[in-house]
Design a protein around this ligand. Structure first.
Ligand SMILES: NC(=O)c1ccc[n+]([C@@H]2O[C@H](COP(=O)([O-])OP(=O)(O)OC[C@H]3O[C@@H](n4cnc5c(N)ncnc54)[C@H](O)[C@@H]3O)[C@@H](O)[C@H]2O)c1
Length: 254
């Protein structure tokens, strides 16, 4: 496969969660690969910073200030993209509480962003791609939480397991249209989501997570952005319905 398979020149990408962390790194990398990148997030300042990062590198970015739980707003933004080729549904939130202390409102809030927000992005992107006859690609963001139990991870883990099921189901339904659908399930990545706001606690947590990895390190947003680029590009043209696990080897499911 020539390296040009990773070239996204002339393609259009839409990235949710683009104001920070994995979403920002993905938006910047897709733009470096040549795509026009539509950056969506509920954080306007972070969106502006991401768009600036893209533009100073010579790329093309558009911003959409929106909440992914607002289906109508998301539909409008996705429909407004000219010739959408790729959707990365990355926006997500963390929640940790023991099962016995988990409240309905916790579950509803996390479900609404991490599952419904991803579902809406997938649905709107797939509708546009089908209408345009585009053989596009959709990537969802799962998590290493799908591969293990962990105290406090009920709400978060349930939503990420649901994202995997959405991905597999949609892949089977979109295949006949030539649209590929895959998930990325990252391990522990340094972002604001994993920031402990205390340097000693941060160092302890990172040392613990690094010990679980054969590579003896935690991940960076760029590690995940490259996995997304692979799934966005023609380099993965025979890959659909798969869960890609850039997790440092922490979990190795069949
Ligand atoms: N950091 C990790 O270790 C890790 C591991 C596995 C999976 N993930 C997943 O990766 C994705 C990105 O996380 P991150 O680590 O970059 O976190 P992050 O907090 O840095 O970024 C999340 C982004 O999503 C946006 N967002 C949240 N709710 C939104 C909403 N309702 N509408 C629009 N935007 C919204 C935030 O404003 C933020 O810009 C999430 O889905 C997360 O679950 C992260």
């Amino acid at each position: 496969m020539p390296v040009t398979a990773y070239d996204l020149t002339g393609r259009t990408a839409f990235v949710t969660g683009a104001a920070s962390g994995i979403g920002r790194a993905t938006a910047v990398l897709l733009a470096e690969a040549g795509a026009t990148v539509h950056c969506a997030d509920r954080d306007p300042q972070g969106l502006h910073e991401t768009a600036t990062l893209i533009k100073v590198r010579g790329g093309t970015a558009r911003t959409h200030h929106l909440d992914v739980t607002d289906r109508d707003r998301l539909r409008q933004a996705v429909t407004d993209c000219e010739g959408l080729d790729f959707m990365a549904a990355i926006a997500g939130v963390m929640h940790s509480s023991p099962v016995l202390e988990t409240r309905d409102e916790d579950l509803d809030r996390v479900w609404s962003v991490n599952f419904k927000g991803v579902l809406y992005a997938c649905q709107e992107a797939a509708r546009v791609m089908i209408a345009n006859g585009t053989r596009g690609s959709i990537v969802t963001m799962a998590s290493g939480a799908i591969d293990t139990g962990g105290p406090g991870l009920l709400c978060y883990g349930v939503t990420k397991a649901a994202v995997v099921q959405l991905t597999r189901t949609l892949a089977t339904e979109m295949g006949p249209h030539g649209i590929r659908v895959n998930a990325v399930a990252p391990g522990w990545i340094r972002t604001s989501m994993t920031d402990r706001h205390d340097s000693e606690a941060q160092a302890r947590t990172e040392a613990f997570m690094a010990r679980l990895s054969p590579l003896a390190r935690v991940g960076e947003p760029d590690d995940i952005a490259h996995a997304v680029l692979h799934l966005a590009s023609d380099a993965s043209s025979f890959t659909t319905g798969q869960i890609l696990r850039p997790n440092g080897g922490v979990a190795m499911p069949w």
